[in-house]
Ligand binder design. Sequence first.
Ligand code: GLU
Length: 306
Amino acid sequence: MKLRKTAAAAAVVLALTASATACGKSGSPDDESDKASGGASAPTLPTYKVNSAADVKDSPVFEKIKGKTITIGTKADQPGLGFENPGTKKRSGFDVEIARMIAADLGFDEAHIKFKTVPSEARETQIASGGVDLYVGTYTINDERKKQVGFGGPYYIAGQDLLVKADSDIKGPDDLKGKKVCSATGSTPLKRIKEAKYGVGEAKAQQGYQLCVQDLVNGSVDAVTTDDSILKGYAAENKGALKVVGAPFSKEPYGVGLMKDDKALRDAVNNAIEAHMKSGDWKKAYDATLGLSGAAAQTPPAVDRY
Ligand code: GLU
């Protein structure tokens, strides 16, 4: 009896997952539904109206890409945020949706967006050299980075946290004395965890967080540290084996990286972010991506027009 009930429940989950996939807008791959824990109402992604009359006066970057293709840098190994399905090559996640909504307001449909995978350490050089026109990938706004790039947003506020094995007794950054901790090269969490007060035994730098998660699973590190938003996605993929400690110890406001002095483009990106927060797209996109790993949406942060 119990077995049959479980099978029936699994069938419901499968049906929900299938219908969520069927409802996804064309050209907006919703791989996240694969990862859904199977709640009663499977959230669907919003669709974005492309502004075919878009113009951004006095923007050198927009002038270059107008009527062509926009290249947007993002991550590919962060489920729920910026993920590329290795088989289908489809992109999904909250960052990818933020990129799509901004692109639509700038006049680019899905066929005219080129997503480019750029790891944390290469962001500033890719933006400053024109390798990407925008960057949307868990990119913390800070003054040091502002010396090299500009930022739209913030569009989300994360906080640095720790991912550990389910049976670990690490409860926060104060328990890291002498431990091995992994993070990504060029990231704010790696820099912070090296501060003397945490006394970590080894701060291991990897190209991306997925590699750190592998290190954690095979026991070569004791913890992975980065934003809670990123870690929740990995915890959801490794349910029962890994857990997020849940004691964030920094503020990481996520911005949209762009060419440093292109104020016109920065204004246009901020207008787009605000419009999609107001319309409800932001919340809908969150619920259908990052929200699937279990955390309710925060109140959208106020955009900072510095
Ligand atoms: N938000 C942090 C940063 O921008 C960590 C996440 C990342 O590396 O993308 O450095």
